[in-house]
Ligand binder design. Sequence first.
Ligand code: 5GP
Length: 194
Amino acid sequence: MDLLIQTIKEEGIVLSDSVLKVDSFLNHQINPRLMYEIGKEFSNRFKEDRITKILTIESSGIAPSVMTGLQLDVPVIFARKKKSLTLVNDLLTAKVYSFTKQESNDISVSNKYLNEKDRVLIIDDFLANGQAAIGLAEIVKQANAEIAGIGIVIEKGFQNGGQLLREQGLRVESLARIHSLDNGEVSFIKDGTK
Ligand code: 5GP
């Protein structure tokens, strides 16, 4: 997606050979116009897939998910990372090891919002080793719902998450795919290549 790639080139900060900071448009400050375009792109890619719900994880998955939900006209659920006093009963849960925080969190979703009739599009901001997406997929399975696909804003192709998910037969659509962050530079995988 050209606008996204352009924004990463202009605003992304390479923190190390494996971490990209995108605080100016996705992870802290949010660029609504870009999120809107991201929502349109995901919606175009999944519009034939009879999606009934979008599932993401707080907090950075929420903005692109809401814009996609708006386009597909379906509700958006975000898995919570912390236990909440108002979210205690009938929870679907999974353990997720966070790549950036280097800690495990139990993520949870109320079973009120997902059931066996749902076809779910999972969305997240980044794909690294796939742990967040696998945790979300686990929650969809616990609800006996179907996974229609996974939408990722930025996939780091040099980490193994994409391969892991695709090997499980899951459809993964990434809007920007990074080949490497070596030497402080972002290089992209061109659309249509593996
Ligand atoms: P995974 O679970 O695929 O290993 O990592 C994905 C999660 O870690 C995303 O939800 C995202 O929050 C975070 N993450 C992974 N890599 C990066 C990165 O390079 N930059 C930022 N900002 N977040 C990342």
